[in-house]
Design a protein around this ligand. Structure first.
Ligand code: SF4
Length: 349
């Protein structure tokens, strides 16, 4: 039985690689104890509010070729689209009306959206709404990050995807692991709240890889940790990637992250719904405290398929909003009313 180990890790917020591997392999009553501990720490440290961060997928153009991604540049099967600046600002206003206190502006690495244009989008949204802004637009140089911050950017999401350098290099033909990590440090230096994370169950990884990814994410002292199951896309070089044999491993990873990062924001990522019936609801009872509804207009949704069977493709933002409110209410939780800024104390960063 690992209940003493779970209790100790929940109390200390620390664990070794071997201990994390033990938890990743646990089952039965230990599994229940792990999920209960993560839910308790979430309740005590970040409360019962669930923050809504509306995702606006504003461009599916991408100059890169990540081996797992459905909208990678070389995928000719994708019909490309790019929203206009005014259109993005209008959608942000609609997202706020639907209860989102943050909008997440997400795209491929689209060179049309220069630093100047991104700043224009940020300023437009800040003029028109009271929402916090998260960017998720890939690697950008430090001077642009500084300008984004000055324009009003609050947060930035940039996943490291795997802490295994060799695996990172193999699946990211255009990228360098050190540049990715440097960009995360640059974001902090620019005064932007940082979110990062990894794919759980990447082909070529092991249980040890997941344990090291958990430790790597923890060492970065992130404001937000976003992780989801790796899901293979048929039009990519990794199209044959299998799912993890132990499906609970996806949830165990999130729960362990909560124990080691008690005050971080941890979203129930959309990919959990693609793999499990009610997957996001389950994650919210196992450590997560953020929900990211899709507020992209319905006409674009089918064109932004990072992985197949992506949920909420046929719904519009209004339907998603009603669905989310119902899900939160059924969990006995409340919608976060403030911006949901970083829960990390300054001295922890
Ligand atoms: S993961 Fe991001 S950078 Fe890589 S191909 Fe997909 S959209 Fe482009």
């Amino acid at each position: 039985m690992k209940k003493d180990l779970i209790r100790r890790i929940a109390d200390d917020g620390e664990a070794s690689e071997i201990e994390i591997e033990e938890l990743l392999r646990c089952g039965g009553d230990d599994l229940k104890a792990l999920y209960a501990a993560a839910d308790r720490v979430r309740h005590e440290q970040v409360g019962d509010e669930i923050y809504l961060r509306g995702i606006i997928e504003f461009s599916n153009y991408c100059r890169k070729s990540c081996d797992y991604c459905g909208i990678r540049g070389p995928n000719r099967a994708v019909t490309r689209y790019r929203m206009g600046i005014d259109e993005i600002v209008d959608i942000a206003g609609e997202a706020e009306r639907l209860g989102n206190t943050t909008v997440v502006l997400q795209s491929g690495e689209d060179v049309w959206f220069t630093g100047d244009r991104i700043c224009e989008v940020i300023r437009g949204i800040k003029r028109k709404t009271g929402v916090a802004i998260t960017l998720s637009i890939g690697e950008r140089p430090y001077d642009e990050l500084v300008r984004f911050k000055a324009a009003g950017c609050d947060r930035y999401l940039l996943r490291f995807e795997t802490s295994d350098r060799e695996l990172f290099g193999r699946i990211h033909p255009d990228d360098d692991f050190d540049v990715r990590v440097q960009c995360l440090h640059d974001l902090k230096r620019a005064g932007i709240q940082v979110g990062s994370g990894f794919m759980i169950g990447l082909p070529g990884g092991t249980v040890g890889t997941i344990a090291r990814d958990i430790l790597f994410a923890t060492a970065l002292k992130l404001d937000m940790i976003g992780c989801g199951p790796y899901l293979s896309h048929p039009d990519t070089p990794l199209s044959q990637g299998p799912l993890l044999e132990d499906r609970e491993m996806y949830f165990k990873t999130l729960s362990i992250l909560r124990l080691l990062n008690p005050r971080a924001h941890i979203p129930a990522t959309t990919a959990f719904d693609a793999l499990f019936e009610g997957g996001r609801d389950l994650v919210l009872t196992r450590g997560a405290n953020v929900f990211m509804p899709n507020v992209t207009p319905q006409k674009y949704r089918a064109l932004y398929q990072l992985y197949p069977n992506k949920p909420c493709v046929d719904e519009d933002s209004g339907q998603c909003s009603v669905c989310v409110m119902g899900r939160v209410a059924r969990l006995g939780r409340t919608i976060g009313t403030g911006p949901g800024h970083s829960g990390l104390q300054k001295d922890e960063k």
